[in-house]
Ligand binder design. Structure first.
Ligand SMILES: NC(=O)c1ccc[n+]([C@@H]2O[C@H](COP(=O)([O-])OP(=O)(O)OC[C@H]3O[C@@H](n4cnc5c(N)ncnc54)[C@H](O)[C@@H]3O)[C@@H](O)[C@H]2O)c1
Length: 296
């Protein structure tokens, strides 16, 4: 298969690139390195079946450098930091919504009908009921989440209007190697890095806020299952996660227990973050039923 992966030098994108290059597919990876790093794909750069293009998916230039006969597109490139989206919402919308529009038009004009779009559980906002299925209201309260709602619904519009075949993938949080220990969402990487430096984890608020974490390899499996599926299982959104809830305080305690030299280390609590999601837990019944998805 000829596959385009946007955001290929990022956390999830580098794992997906690695999988499909090693499986002998021809992979074009696009990334502007705004948050990604070439180091994440360094073992692939010399391979014949990996073509890396440094470019911005929100600008036109990059599209003229791409072939037009892809079998599938994984559209991951995004500005993912909530704090940065609060400081600069325009940039976040330009990339997350404007960039997605350009990818959808590229797919439409070139008759590419397998597109996997990285939406996110952040579109739901904080749980109004739990676990959260795909019918949960889309109530994100920060610009990152709202830019993802807009892009998620734009993909749905392309499915309805042009019968495009976009699978809208709503992963809950994932963690694992190459996740940056800066910014939002990477709390496991952030805590581990601090504790290894003998510094206590910093918790915003009381730490009772919870998340649903799965290992990055499960996220790769989720995308791959959707790629191999017939039809359009994510036409109107499909959740992937562990279905298990863990609080930020529990994560901090676990990292201290297993990583700290000083066993008396205690997390530091600081002021809560404005508009932070308080509770996320996935209902993955749809993925189980349609795709037999089971996180390992
Ligand atoms: N990390 C999570 O827990 C999580 C959970 C659910 C959904 N997601 C979604 O999955 C996708 C990948 O997330 P990630 O954690 O790997 O993030 P990441 O920041 O590591 O990867 C995104 C990549 O996109 C690149 N990029 C940003 N703007 C670009 C642009 N205009 N043109 C080209 N490249 C650009 C960045 O440089 C980066 O390498 C994102 O769309 C994110 O919203 C992530």
């Amino acid at each position: 298969m000829k596959i385009l992966i946007t955001g290929a030098a990022g956390f999830l994108g580098s794992h997906l690139s690695e999988k499909y290059v090693l499986d002998k597919h021809l992979v074009y990876g696009v990334d502007n390195l705004m948050n990604g790093n070439l180091n994440n794909v360094r073992t692939l750069l010399h391979k014949k079946n990996f073509k890396f293009i440094r470019g911005d998916i929100a600008l036109n230039d990059v599209y003229s450098k791409l072939p037009n006969d892809f079998d599938a597109i994984f559209h991951l490139a995004a500005q993912i930091h909530v704090d940065r989206s609060i400081v600069n919402p325009e940039e976040t919308f330009k990339i997350n919504l404007g960039g997605t529009l350009k990818i959808l038009e590229f797919a439409r004009m070139n008759d590419i009908d397998k597109i996997l779009f990285s939406s996110t559980s952040e579109v739901y906002g904080s749980a109004e009921y739990a676990p959260m299925d795909e019918s949960h209201p889309l109530s994100a309260k920060h610009p990152y989440g709202v830019s993802k709602i807009a892009a998620d619904r734009l993909c749905y519009t392309y499915n309805e209007t042009y019968d495009l075949g976009v699978d809208i993938i709503r992963c809950f949080n994932f963690f694992g190697p190459r996740q940056k220990d800066t910014g939002y969402g990477g709390v496991i990487a952030i805590f581990i890095n601090r504790v290894l430096q003998n510094k206590p984890p910093i918790i915003y608020g009381n730490g009772k806020q919870s998340r649903d974490y799965m290992y990055v390899k499960d996220a790769v499996d989720a995308y791959d299952t959707v790629l191999r599926s017939k039809g359009n299982p994510g036409k109107n959104g499909i959740n992937f996660g562990s279905g298990k809830e863990i609080s930020i305080k529990e994560i901090a305690d676990m990292v201290i227990k297993h990583g700290a030299k000083d066993k008396k280390m205690q997390a530091i609590h600081v002021e809560p973050r404005p508009v932070e999601v308080q509770r996320l837990i996935a209902d993955i019944s749809k993925a189980k039923k349609l795709l037999q998805f089971k996180p390992k």
